[in-house]
Write a protein of this length. Structure first.
Length: 219
């Protein structure tokens, strides 16, 4: 799953995190409902502050078509749906049927259901089943699959588009020597190296949530 196996090391102090959230003001009730559901199920979300980054970055490039590797019940998709507007699309992917059911139930008849299409199955198969370019891709699946997801995203995100990935700091573990049996951390470290060394992209890491990488696909 996409949270560090040990206690998450907050990048910001709780006080500063709350300060930023308070400045950002309230969101609509749907978001509270999604967060409460995540808390009840101890489900790892990208978090509200990183979610706002997803929205802002997508708006900044006038993104209209987004692909999510790993959607859960649609928390990150909410921010993308806001950014793409009523003519945009967010195609998501999710292994677990219960999350798709929860997504439908929690969103009810919210207007964003017309923009969000979370499909059941492997993110890789679902991406392959689509045609055309995407403006933005978010990687938030099993950590061992991040390097493979980057290669897949690079084939489908347009030049000038963005590839984003959550958990790249992994509670601080990526900044330390990985335990020999910790495949998730080793995969993330290799992914981060790839992000910063691949000439097809330019990358930086936003120290928000559990670390959000932002890669611009170069022309
Ligand atoms: C951290 S959650 C996604 C959270 C979501 N991005 C959010 O913040 O609202 C990761 C999800 O990806 C799903 N998943 C993991 N690997 C996957 C894959 N290869 N294909 C599709 N879904 C996958 C898991 O079942 C899990 O629900």
């Amino acid at each position: 799953m996409s949270s560090p196996s040990d206690a998450r090391l907050p990048i910001l102090t709780p006080e500063i995190g709350k300060y930023i959230d308070d400045l950002s003001g309230p969101e609509e009730e749907l978001l509270d409902r999604l967060e409460q559901h995540a808390e009840d199920r101890e489900f790892p979300l990208i978090g509200r502050t990183s979610g706002r980054w997803l929205e802002l970055l997508t708006r900044a490039i006038q993104g209209k078509r987004v692909f999510e590797f790993g959607s859960g019940f649609g928390f990150s998709a909410y921010f993308f749906a806001k950014a793409v507007g009523s003519n945009g699309t967010v195609i998501g992917s999710e292994f677990d049927q219960w999350e798709l059911d929860d997504h439908k139930r929690l969103y009810g008849d919210h207007p964003f259901t017309n923009r969000i299409d979370i499909r059941k199955g492997s993110a890789f198969d679902i991406l392959d089943s689509t045609t055309g370019d995407f403006d933005v891709a978010l990687i938030d699946i099993e950590k061992v699959d991040y390097p493979k997801a980057l290669e897949a995203a690079l084939k489908r995100v347009r030049p000038g588009g963005l590839i984003l990935a959550d958990n790249v700091l992994w509670g601080g573990k990526t900044a330390r020597q990985a335990d020999p049996d910790d495949e998730g951390t080793a995969a993330l470290q290799s992914f981060n190296q790839q992000l910063f060394n691949d000439p097809r992209i330019q990358t930086s890491i936003l120290p928000t949530g559990d670390g959000l990488s932002v890669s611009l696909v170069l022309p």
